[in-house]
Design a binder for this molecule. Structure first.
Ligand code: NAP
Length: 413
């Protein structure tokens, strides 16, 4: 296979990467019990665990005394501001979480532009359990995502506390920082829903017997970085697009072949790399001008299936491609098991609560701790961007396209 200046074929080497400042990692690695049910954690806490429990308890006691919290809330003019608002109270089957870190997704600022006033912004969080339940003990480190920017129920991650269903968080292994854990939930849920539920690709628990090709367009995006790793765990031959400067990062995540999307010819390069046999593609960018290119990369004889995370349609493709390529879209907010209407995404409806989407996410949540702890799944690179008062500044950076292959995270409490 030839090489050009615009694309490189890479081996599937699997290097461990980390761009985290040393101080955000635990100084001592303490044993973790994440595969056991949460109540087992009571046994023999190490010095570090005991210390953390005591600190968390002290925090919790003082928090109990105040009934308000700081949160980023939408205003009348489709903007948002930090306000003091009532602290939420968990209902049946829910827990209160004290948010330590929140991570930024494009949906946060897109949502602010369209949400009604008075809703809480933000989805991805990592924190500690502030109200115990039958599944979780107080002070336990957990991460998850909520449907931010949404009036019912009103939940958001850019807040000192949030309420979430007790089945929709995962226990954070001790080797993973709060900041790293916060980068995982929403993009991982999106990638898993798209790849396994919608494209029907082999799951990590039942990998492909022989590798067939899959394309992840926008492999360096937040969703893309989890997508390429999930595809590798599923035993596939993974081709990903990304800027040249990020190709080493993609290789370190196990990607088999990388192409630069700045090369006009990139779909042809993918056809060469896949011996014109690509039938599955995940477009993590899903813009009007990316999905037709992804469709062009599919097998010229067999065509195939392109999954998008913005509401792209087959009818937007050139006529000749429409005959053999199916374009579909998926929205991650169906994991909450409530009927939703969200643009023209193919998987949501205001009648169907999609219990299968919630069940799928719950299954992934049960697998995540082991994936993270064993290094099979590496969290997105984090970039500390301040606290609650700095989120709007971070939105601006992201909107201007100045966030490349990293995740802005905010220290909340
Ligand atoms: N449907 C859903 O449920 C759902 C869920 C999550 C996200 N989304 C949507 O998916 C999109 C991506 O979200 P994200 O959080 O993953 O994004 P992100 O992390 O902000 O993505 C940034 C990356 O996109 C890459 N990129 C930009 N233009 C590209 C192009 N033309 N081709 C290939 N790569 C390109 C850049 O790569 P380089 O730096 O390498 O150039 C950059 O690293 C957003 O529109 C978001 O709203 C939808």
């Amino acid at each position: 296979m030839s090489q050009s200046s615009c694309w490189v074929r890479l081996s599937s080497s699997y290097k461990r990467f980390s761009s985290l400042p040393a101080l955000t990692r635990p100084i001592t690695r303490v044993p973790t019990y994440t595969c056991l049910p949460p109540h087992h954690h009571h046994h023999h806490p190490t010095y570090h665990q005991r210390h953390r429990q005591l600190c968390d308890r002290a925090d919790h006691t003082s928090a109990k005394m105040t009934s308000t919290m700081r949160a980023l809330v939408t205003t009348e003019d489709h903007k948002a501001t930090v306000k003091e608002i009532p602290k939420p109270t968990p209902g049946e089957g829910e827990i209160l979480v004290k948010v330590h870190y929140a991570a930024q997704n494009p949906t946060d600022w897109k949502g602010v532009a369209s949400a009604p006033p008075g809703v809480i912004v933000g989805c991805d969080f990592a924190g500690t359990v502030a109200s115990p339940s039958s599944r979780w003990r107080e002070g336990q480190r957990v991460a998850g995502f909520v449907f931010g920017n949404n009036p019912s129920p009103k939940r958001g991650a850019y807040a000192e506390y949030l309420v979430i269903e007790e089945t929709l968080v995962f226990p954070i292994p001790n080797s993973i920082s709060f900041a790293e854990a916060a980068t995982v939930p929403l993009p991982l849920a999106t990638a898993s829903q798209a790849l396994f539920q919608r494209l029907g690709l082999p799951e990590p628990s039942k990998p492909a017997k022989s590798a067939f090709p899959v394309l992840v367009n926008g492999g360096t995006s937040s969703v893309g970085k989890y997508a390429v790793q999930l595809c590798k765990l599923g035993g596939l031959y993974v081709i990903a697009t990304g800027s040249r400067k990020n190709h080493d990062l993609l290789t370190s995540l196990g990607v088999d072949a990388v192409v630069d999307y700045a090369d006009d010819n990139w779909p042809e390069k993918v056809r060469e790399l896949s011996h014109d046999n690509l039938q599955h593609a995940f477009d993590c960018i899903s813009e009007e001008n990316t999905t037709p290119k992804v469709a062009q990369a599919l097998s010229s004889t067999k065509g195939g299936h392109v999954l998008c995370i913005l509401p792209r349609k087959t009818s937007e493709l050139p006529q000749d491609l429409q005959r053999k390529v199916k374009v579909e879209s998926t929205i991650v907010y169906t994991v909450f098991g409530r009927p939703i209407k969200y643009g023209t995404f193919d998987n949501c409806s205001d009648k169907d609560p999609r219990p299968q989407d919630k069940a799928h996410w719950e299954k992934v949540l049960s697998e995540v701790p082991e994936w993270l702890e064993s290094g099979k799944l590496k969290p997105n690179r984090v970039k500390e961007a301040g606290g609650l008062d700095d989120v709007l500044e971070g939105f601006k950076l992201h909107q201007e396209g100045r966030v490349s292959a990293e995740k802005l995270v905010y220290k909340i409490a």
